[in-house]
Design a protein around this ligand. Sequence first.
Ligand code: NI
Length: 186
Amino acid sequence: MAVLPITIYPAPILKRKAKQVPAVTDEIRRLLDDMAETMYAAPGIGLAAPQVNVGLRVIVVDVGEPVPLLDRTEPKETRRKLYQLVNPEIVAREGEVENEEGCLSIPHFRQVMKRRAKVTVRALDRTGKPIEIAGHELLSVALQHEIDHLEGKLIIDGLSQLKKEQYLRQLKQWEKEQAAHVPGEL
Ligand code: NI
């Protein structure tokens, strides 16, 4: 497994519609594993293939908190649960929630998004078997956010051109400051 470089806005691949995966091959499984590794390393709670520069309908999501294996007092639902999904599709939606979201491809940016409170997602798992997931709360939001990525939709899309340009200027400034900071320095 490898940590892949994350594609940063405004890279064109982030605005492109990703392609359907014809078959879940070893190559796709490797992509799923590298994406999981990349998401955990970031750290993030979801990642879509275009964010690692691959235009395929593949996402990974894990909204659980990492907990030590031996900590049995931790409630089950906060444990890590990794979803590795190929060709995911929302087949049912219910309710509405508003949530402030961030995106690994859009550093230092947060946006309040209106999402469906519950979604049912149909996809293929890493073995190519069809599965269905009922997502509530954060899992529902994360699934919608990642599936939006496959459509080339980003949480920054709702901003005016002026605001987007402002953000990009700010981003360049942050990158410059980061580059100026020598690792190991205090
Ligand atoms: Ni994102």
